[in-house]
Design a protein. Sequence first.
Length: 271
Amino acid sequence: MLGQQHIIKLDIDCICPNPAQPRRTFAEQELKELADSIAANGLLQPIIVRRMSGGVYELIAGERRLRACRSLGMKDVPVLITSCSDRESAIFALTENLQRSDLNMFEEAEGIQRLIEVWDVTQEECAERLGRSQSAVANKLRLLKLPPNVRACIVENHLTERHARALLRLSDPEQQKQVLGMILRSGMNVQQTDALVNKMLKEEPKHRQHQTPVPKDVRIFGNTIQHAVTTLQKTGVQAETYQTETEKYLEWVVRIPKNEAQNKQTDKQPA
């Protein structure tokens, strides 16, 4: 829970973003509409922040409102200052955003995963805080098993979560891409997508059922990669990893935003 709170007007340049923010994209048209509303009616709901060192305040809730105010050239905004720990701030910021309806399915899943992995929140606690069942939380997390390029294509083409779940039934990323392409070319609905996936699963070659087991030391290597990525995530770096498997190869891919990697290198250089 958040601690003591009071409202003041604060210089907008003193507010820094929250690293726990799950939203990755902000629709320009929606921000413009929000800015128009603020210009006409004022900011009716204060932004929530917490005091950091050096006169800086970290945003806890209200990033869309803050962006809209900045687009209007506002110099100061009404804020509600609260006192809370890093963990409380992150959990509040994540749950406040996850309860909104305008996050896409993968932003929601990434936010839930961050709560669990970085802040040691259980699936049960996540479900309780978000007002959902534990099975709904588990199903949301499963969406992150899709490769990043498949996820991006689903979001860009406004496909539904049920389309994504249908693709998850295919374990081969190449098959997932193949079906995704067919969905886009033919405008397939969820029922048609499920039927196609069912057909592909029935026609799957028998030799796939007898794949050579993965040696234990290779699994340890994969676990080491996952541990390294989790460690990076705990420092605030938005790293991610996924594994693909073909008949001949196992492949691990680690993705780190270039600007974050450069910033970390700069931080380590001697003054």
